[in-house]
Design a protein around this ligand. Structure first.
Ligand SMILES: [Zn+2]
Length: 286
């Protein structure tokens, strides 16, 4: 009997209460996913995978991705959550839920507030029928290529009053914020707006999420967790860790190509990276 995937909400509600966070680790292949899950198992934390459109393609579709995550679940004793990251299309989200996803993000943050609310609420209505958690996003998260002035950066960030209104109108379970992190690698020094997070946190009681965890200074991450951040998305750093490890091992004298020779160091580095981040995020309960 295959183990089912878990929903996300209850874990993040607990995380907000007890002031810790889960890393959302990008899932693009079973073997790497498994090496991170073994760390979650060791620390007795839920294994939270995030998966976007591009990674779904590597699996050959939503059903295969869900099946791969379920196979991980069969091999560990901790809950496994597969979270659809930045999905924008209602029909695609319904397909993910039909494929067994129990956690989805609807990113309608590019739309004006009322349209974002309408699109998000529609997903909530469908998802909640199946016990699926929904993350919405308010405010825009910059790409690493965008060089913004401080005023421009602030203008894109989540407004505390709008956040409270958005949560009330949509019924979302989890809220992704824009408070100065970027997607991808930072090309400019990060400026994380903790005062704004504090204000949002006072008005919004559901779990809050920070995207763009790669390269964000760890003292700021720890501070954000104290103020309501319960999930930190990590993708770029994982790819970089694997890329660097596989490049480095090939420079060693006498290196011979085999799957084990090429990839074993990457598995080890990935597990070490994941353990470091999990311990940082969950230090209040570990
Ligand atoms: Zn994101």
């Amino acid at each position: 009997m295959a183990k089912e995937l878990d929903s996300l909400k209850q874990y993040l509600v607990d995380a907000r209460e007890r002031k810790y966070a889960l890393g959302g680790f990008c899932f693009w292949n079973y073997a790497y996913g498994m090496s991170i899950a073994q760390v979650a198992q060791k620390l007795n934390l839920p294994m939270l995978y995030i998966i976007g459109d591009a990674e779904v393609k590597f699996f050959g579709g939503l059903k295969n991705a869900a099946a791969a995550a379920r196979t991980v679940a069969e091999n560990v004793d901790v809950p496994v959550i597969l979270h659809a990251d930045h999905f924008k299309d209602y029909d695609e989200i319904c397909r993910a839920i039909d494929a067994g996803f129990k956690s989805v993000m609807i990113d309608a943050s590019a739309y004006p507030l009322e349209e974002n609310i309408e699109r998000t609420a529609k997903v909530v209505e469908y998802a909640h029928k199946y016990g699926v958690s929904v993350e919405g996003e308010l405010g825009r998260i910059a790409g690493s290529e965008q060089h913004l002035s401080l005023t421009e950066a602030e203008a894109m960030q989540t407004d505390p009053d709008e956040a409270a209104y958005f949560v009330e109108k949509t019924g979302v379970d989890i809220l992704a914020l824009s408070i100065g992190t970027v997607h991808g690698e930072y090309r400019f020094p990060p400026n994380i707006n903790i005062p704004r997070l504090v204000k949002i946190s006072e008005k919004v009681s559901i779990p809050l999420v920070m995207h763009g965890g790669s390269g964000t200074p760890e003292d700021k991450v720890a501070e954000a967790v104290e103020h309501g951040i319960t999930k930190l998305n990590l993708a770029t750093d994982l790819v970089k860790t694997v890329g660097k490890a596989t490049a480095k091992v090939q420079q060693q004298p006498g290196f011979g190509y085999s799957v084990a020779n090429l990839y074993a160091p990457a598995y080890v580095d990935l597990a070490n990276y994941a353990e470091h981040k999990m311990r940082l995020l969950a230090k209040n309960i570990l």
